[in-house]
Design a binder for this molecule. Structure first.
Ligand code: MF3
Ligand code: CO
Ligand code: CO
Length: 254
């Protein structure tokens, strides 16, 4: 199947991905100060769209398989793909993942972070800190010759001893001029299993880590995924490239 072919990007193409990735990271930094009690997720969306256009870029999520907004905003028990809405107002103690994907000169930069609204509860703080650690442990596995399964195994080893669970239903993905392509990058797995990584592969790692069960359900809007037990879920995402001797994070602000 053609979709199983993993594209290897040239140095020039990776430079384009780096420019898109940098813009994505800068967009998250730009939105961060808006994350305060009383702000609606639509306000954050609208500022993201405005800023993206001002940079000469486009918002990949807008219209993607019918997604109605420019970014995803996922609060508390929302695992991913939360739709910005004027009725959804941030309140003290919430956690919110903001996931952005600008397209710059044809190339996608995909990154997300979970932010605290005001003061987090100790359990929310722990979940968010561990989730970020999971992303970095997954990234640390990446180098030519490593296997896709090494990434998920490292993430599970980071999350599960803390009593947290790893979401199964949503995975990282190859990304280039196409938003979602091969390979699939599960955030669970077995060391030594899965496809071998090669220089020039570019994909996301985006673990969603839950306080309770890993099971998710999708709401009637067709997008919003929430935890089955309504407990908290956090997520962090970077777009990365496999380099000759390891890994480069493409979604850093500079
Ligand atoms: N940015 C998300 C990801 O990490 C995808 C969002 S697709 C949308 O893959 F349609 F929900 F926006
Ligand atoms: Co994303
Ligand atoms: Co992604």
């Amino acid at each position: 199947m053609a979709s199983e072919t993993i594209t290897l990007l040239s140095k020039r193409e990776i430079d384009k991905m780096r420019q898109a990735g940098r813009l994505a990271a800068q967009l998250l930094d730009h939105l961060a100060p808006m994350v305060k009690p009383g702000v609606s997720t639509l306000e954050i969306n609208d500022e993201a769209e405005r800023w993206t256009q001002a940079k000469g870029a486009k918002s990949a999520p807008l219209g993607y398989h019918g997604f109605p907004k420019s970014i995803c905003t996922s609060i508390n028990e929302v695992v991913c793909h939360g739709i910005p809405n004027s009725n959804m107002i941030l309140k003290d103690g919430d956690i919110i993942n903001i996931d952005v994907t600008p397209i710059l000169d044809g190339y996608h930069g995909d990154t997300s972070k979970t932010f605290f609204v005001g003061t987090p509860s100790p359990k929310a703080k722990k979940l968010v800190e561990i989730t970020q650690e999971c992303l970095m442990r997954g990234i640390a596995e990446v180098k030519p010759g490593a296997r896709i399964g090494d990434i998920g195994a490292a993430i599970q080893a980071c999350a599960e001893p803390e009593g947290f669970s790893v979401v199964r239903d949503f995975v990282g993905h190859g990304i280039n001029r196409t938003f979602h392509t091969a390979p699939q990058v599960p955030h669970y797995g077995k060391r030594g299993k899965g496809k071998k990584l090669r220089e020039g592969m570019v994909f996301t790692i985006e673990p969603m880590i839950n306080e309770g069960t890993w099971e998710a359900i999708v709401l009637d809007d067709g997008w919003t995924a929430i935890t089955k037990d309504r407990k908290l879920s956090a997520q962090f995402e970077h777009t990365i490239a496999v380099t000759a001797d390891g890994v480069e994070i493409l979604t850093l602000p500079e």
